[in-house]
Ligand binder design. Structure first.
Ligand SMILES: [Zn+2]
Length: 271
């Protein structure tokens, strides 16, 4: 093979490799994606099953139905490729003011979140935010950054366990493998901001009032107490965050009004 072809070939391989590694997030931020989404989804499903087996599940049907009602309304309005994921939700009985979503479409909500999310719109703000982490492939991006310290695992355990001895230990164990893959570690600030923006659009499209995101995050901050919620751990300061949300209200209210006109007016109530 003539040498110039070899050179050409090598440069094309280089281009192909860098193209695979660098992609762009839904808001146009450049991301490095090295892991297989499929692998992460499989590991998430395993972790999720382990958490369900090790952590107390909520038994109050009214709470479960209420949270499902909100989550389902949001999921139904996702882009088809995400709406069609195998979504599964678990409601954990825990005072922790927390929620999470994992690759492949697993949503976990701690009942403690209801202290901060005081109506369906506020709950949709939390769930929309968590789902946005999944659709923007934040866990893959984080896992692609490579090695993780033990500190990360401990942070995850603190957030999930709250003050309850038994739950802390099993949650810690359940999290170790997931942390190794970067599934359960805190997200970066830019990822958190991005999840806020995308989540706001999701909730609005489902017919939830996006303006309720502001009191929600204020309540979250008030409720966080000694054990900071996952959602606040790496978050922009509440002032920055609220400024950003308010800056998105124009676009979000347009989606909200369109949803209402289309008859998407969810009525999820906690009896
Ligand atoms: Zn987040």
């Amino acid at each position: 093979m003539p040498q110039r072809y070899v050179k050409y070939l090598i440069s094309m391989i280089f281009v192909a490799l860098t193209t695979v590694a660098c992609s762009s997030s839904p808001t146009g931020r450049s991301q490095v994606i090295l892991k297989s989404d499929q692998d992460l989804a499989v590991e998430s499903a395993r972790q999720f099953a382990e958490m369900k087996a090790n952590m107390p599940l909520e038994t109050d049907r009214a709470k479960i139905d209420y949270i499902h009602c909100v989550a389902q309304a949001v999921v139904m309005q996702l882009e088809p490729e995400f709406r069609d994921l195998d979504w599964e939700m678990a409601v954990f009985q825990s005072d922790s003011v927390n929620a999470f979503a994992m690759p492949g479409g697993k949503i976990g909500v701690m009942t403690g979140i209801l202290k901060a999310a005081q109506n369906q719109d506020q709950l949709a703000a939390v769930i929309g935010h968590e789902i946005a982490h999944v659709t923007a492939r934040h866990a893959n991006e984080r896992a692609s950054r490579g090695s993780f310290s033990n500190v990360g695992v401990q942070v995850a355990a603190v957030l999930l366990g709250g003050g309850h001895q038994g739950a802390t230990y099993s949650a810690y164990e359940a999290l170790q493998a997931g942390a190794a893959l970067g599934i359960m570690l805190p997200f970066s600030r830019s990822q958190e901001s991005e999840a806020d923006v995308i989540g706001l659009a999701y909730m609005a499209r489902a017919g939830f009032d996006p303006r309720e995101s502001v009191p929600l995050w204020q309540n979250m901050e008030g409720e966080a107490g000694e054990a900071p919620a996952e959602i606040l751990s790496t978050h922009p300061s509440s002032e920055t965050r609220i400024d950003q949300l308010v800056g998105e209200f124009g676009a979000a209210l347009k989606l909200y009004n369109e949803a209402k006109e289309a008859g998407r007016t969810p009525n999820c109530v906690l009896e």
